[in-house]
Ligand binder design. Structure first.
Ligand code: BGC
Length: 513
């Protein structure tokens, strides 16, 4: 075993260290998370800027500023305004499905490159928009870019990372998402002062991370896995030696070829996913992203300024509150990086769920008591506003160390190889679908459910916490290849799964190498 050897729990040893070239590649690749986060954070602030509303959505502006008869809860209720925010996620849903084939046929790197170019085009169109169609088309291009990047970046990170660092490098994706959201919130705060130029800079600013990932991925090496899958075994071996920084990569190379052989044996990955024995994984690939979005987190991420504005904060204070929640989100994600392999996934899920539930109930009571069901124009007393912001921050931190990172991590570690790519696409698509649904119906729900909006999401938080408690086995410290045993020993899922061990196609690998 060479220096820096990495020993997996199943006694497999992959020699290799975290080389500079892997580190660099992962930093560039995780920019994919940054552009996703930037999008999440930017639209709420922009849609609360008066100059933006006057130009593109004058009726919303009138409703908000001039028509005092409008219920506070309903001042932003405009389907066209919401479609500006949510069109991105519908586009991302569609492109994540296309991207799974692109990523397999042309490599992870090329998908990231396409993602970066689409993203750049979208940001350009938005920054120079003079009509609504340019805004929506721009948002859709951004969405296509996000779909490509979210499909390829997590795969790229997992495949490039040495075994031992795979977990942390995966969470770097979520970390970049939260940093992207924060940067967007800070920029909105400063650009809001600039009048008409402000929203252009906020939307056009997305060109910067887009350029980084476009130019960066142009120079990135592709992953050895992807090269093998596309028939370039020699190139893949050379690349593996380079990124691991050593010559003795035999065992890992063999496993990569085995993985490629196994996945090629499956002709219809989508159909395969429907087999009874994959029922637990299929259930998780749908329920985890569904529940992640039904925590209601994106009500805060997209609409914090709108929400704070609706409950009586001044425009500037609303944007500042968004910056605070963004900062809490970044810092609390670090707790997860620290704790996920120590305390386990279930403990974080359960604790985070209870924490979010308590906060949602408190916020609902506070807003309900002050506004009742009619909405009540006027400012909140300062102490009241502070209490609301504090509980929203505690709620955000609960999400940031539970459903945020785990919503991406857990699905990615429970799928056996033969269904991994298809199941991952299901996870991304379900995530985008419900991001879209929440974005699209939020302002209407705020208008009709009023403070009950928080209770609506609280009900789902109860459901997901019960779901995790009874149906999600602990996956901490179990190598991916051994994961089948968590279902085999589970009180409920054991009835669905094969109790035979899978036969590895090593004889086929020997003939290929
Ligand atoms: C979710 C996003 C959310 C973000 C907040 C991500 O894991 O997928 O929808 O906005 O976390 O940090």
């Amino acid at each position: 075993m060479g220096a820096g050897a990495v020993v997996a729990d199943n006694n497999k040893a992959y020699p290799g260290k975290l080389t500079w070239s892997v580190f660099k590649a992962c930093i560039v690749a995780s920019m994919g998370g940054l552009i996703f986060g930037y999008d999440i954070g930017i639209s709420g602030g922009v849609t609360s800027m008066d100059s933006f509303l006057v130009r593109f959505f004058p009726s919303v502006y009138r409703q908000k500023n001039l028509d005092k008869s409008t219920n506070e809860y309903c001042q932003y209720d405009s389907q066209i305004l919401t479609s500006f925010t949510s069109s991105l996620y519908l586009a991302a849903l569609l492109s994540s499905l296309v991207a799974s084939t692109m990523t397999r046929k042309f490599g992870r790197r090329n998908s990231m490159l396409i993602g970066g170019i689409l993203f750049f085009a979208g940001a350009l169109l938005n920054g120079f928009a003079y009509a609504i169609w340019m805004l929506i088309l721009g948002r859709m291009l951004l969405g296509f870019g996000v779909g490509f990047c979210n499909q390829s970046v997590p795969l790229y990170l997992s495949e490039m990372a040495p075994y031992k660092y795979r977990g942390s490098l995966n969470v770097m994706f979520q970390m970049s998402i939260t940093i992207g959201i924060l940067i967007a919130n800070v920029l909105n705060y400063f650009f809001a002062e600039l009048g008409g130029l402000g929203w252009r800079l906020s939307l056009g600013g997305a060109m910067v991370p887009a350029l980084i990932i476009t130019v960066g991925s142009f120079f990135l090496p592709d992953t050895p896995n992807s090269m093998i899958d596309r028939g370039d075994n020699e190139g893949a071996r050379a690349s593996l030696e380079k990124i691991r920084g050593i010559k003795e990569v035999d065992e890992e190379f063999r496993d990569l070829v085995a993985a490629s052989v196994a996945s090629k044996q499956v002709e219809h990955p989508w159909k395969n996913l429907l087999q009874r024995k994959y029922r637990p994984q299929l259930t998780m690939s749908i329920m985890i992203p569904f529940f992640q979005q039904l925590t209601g987190i994106n009500v805060i991420m997209f609409y914090a300024p709108v929400l704070f504005n609706s409950i009586g904060f001044k425009s500037n204070a609303s944007l500042m509150s968004a910056v605070i929640t963004g900062l809490v989100n970044v810092v609390a994600t670090m707790v997860s990086i620290y704790g996920v392999d120590r305390w386990g996934r279930r403990a974080l899920f359960l604790e985070g769920g209870i924490q979010m539930l308590i906060c949602q109930i408190i916020v609902a009571i506070f807003i309900g008591v002050k506004f009742g069901t009619n909405g009540n124009p006027g400012m909140l007393p300062i102490w009241y506003a502070i209490v609301v912001v504090v509980f929203i921050c505690i709620y955000v931190s609960g999400f940031a160390w539970s459903w945020g990172p785990l919503g991406w991590l857990v699905p990615s570690e429970i799928f056996p190889l033969e269904i991994r790519s298809a199941a991952q696409s299901v996870t991304v698509a379900v995530n985008m679908l419900f991001t879209f649904v929440v974005a699209q119906i939020f302002v209407t729900m705020l208008c009709h459910l009023k403070f009950g909006l928080f209770i609506f999401f609280a009900v789902f938080v109860v459901a997901m916490t019960v779901f995790v408690n009874f149906l999600l086995p602990e996956t901490k410290g179990i190598p991916i290849e051994e994961m089948a045993r968590v279902w085999r020993t589970h009180w409920f899922w054991s009835r669905f799964v094969d109790h035979e061990h899978d036969v590895k196609p090593s004889y086929v690998v020997d003939t290929i190498i």
